[in-house]
Each structure stands twice: as structure tokens, then as C-alpha cells.
Design a protein. Structure first.
Length: 168
């Protein structure tokens, strides 16, 4: 839900009373982050009673949805940054090795161990498959039928016995 521009209809009523649109938007955003009216009132200076009254109004629901969307966008941007930074560091370590300090206090790079590379590959391959909506495991249902296995072995044994007899 994009933010309301000046050309679009505002989610707030035209009569704002003693609080500005910016204050109301700030209260909604703070409420999204804090989760309680009490903490929101303390953080914004708007009385809790006022916030409770706003919560009963239609414009509050719309404003809260907008604030939730904006907060979600912020979280996604931060998480994307973390993922990108971590991926860059991981690529560096895979290509150049881990940084270790020797007994003299000097830093040097040592290759990443095969077991660790395998774990990295496995984890990230699964994540990539999840992103692509592909299965991460293939399950094959195997039914073990000992009687059929015994019949198959008996058939093989009989064919081999007949072949041996015919060769003699």
C-alpha cells in the first residue's frame, strides 16, 4: 500500500482537531513498532485516551494499514541489506579463505574446509530451490515385500540352474 500523495485522497479526515496529520501518522507508525497504546503514548506525547479514541475511527484503520506497509518495506530493505552483506562476506571467504591469526599475531587466509563448503552449498541450494518454489527433498516411497523378493531370487536361481545344466 503506497503512501498517500497530495493528489490522492488523504486517509485522514479534513478536520484534524488539535493534532496534525503528521502527528497522527507518527502515532500510527510508533504504534506499529511499540505494539501497545501505553508505550506509543509515552513515545509520542499523545495521550493514551486520544489514541484509544482514534482506534475506533475508520481513518485510523486505514492509517494503520499504511504504517504497517511502510514498516514492512523498511524491514524488508534492512533484511535485504543484511543478506547482501552476508553473501558478499561469504563469497569472499569461499574465494580467499577464512582469516586466522597465527601465533605471532599475523593475519593470514586459510582455505575453507570441504565439510564447511559442503554445508554452505547444501544450505544455499535449498534456499534457492525454496525461492524458486522447487522441492528441497525428493521422497521415494519404497515398499519392501519380502515374499516378492524371495520369489525373484528363486526365479533367478532357477534360470541360473537351468543354464548351468544346459551347459554341461
Amino acid at each position: 500500500m503506497p503512501t498517500t500523495s497530495t493528489t490522492e485522497k488523504s486517509v485522514l479526515p479534513t478536520s484534524t482537531g488539535r493534532h496534525t496529520d503528521e502527528q497522527r501518522q507518527d502515532v500510527a507508525s510508533t504504534y506499529i513498532m511499540k505494539g501497545t497504546v501505553k508505550e506509543t503514548a509515552l513515545a509520542t506525547g499523545v495521550p493514551a485516551k486520544t489514541i484509544y479514541n482514534w482506534m475506533k475511527l475508520d481513518w485510523w484503520k486505514r492509517l494503520l494499514e499504511e504504517a504497517k506497509w511502510e514498516h514492512q518495506e523498511l524491514i524488508e530493505a534492512r533484511l535485504s541489506n543484511i543478506v547482501n552483506t552476508t553473501a558478499d562476506a561469504l563469497i569472499d571467504r569461499i574465494q580467499h579463505g577464512d582469516v586466522v591469526v597465527d601465533s605471532k599475531g599475523n593475519e593470514k587466509r586459510v582455505p575453507v574446509k570441504a565439510k564447511e563448503l559442503d554445508a554452505i552449498l547444501d544450505k544455499h541450494t535449498k534456499n534457492l530451490r525454496l525461492l524458486r518454489n522447487q522441492p528441497t527433498k525428493i521422497a521415494i516411497e519404497a515398499k519392501f515385500d519380502p515374499d516378492k523378493l524371495a520369489r525373484d531370487f528363486a526365479e533367478i536361481a532357477e534360470k541360473n540352474r537351468q543354464r548351468i545344466v544346459s551347459e554341461q
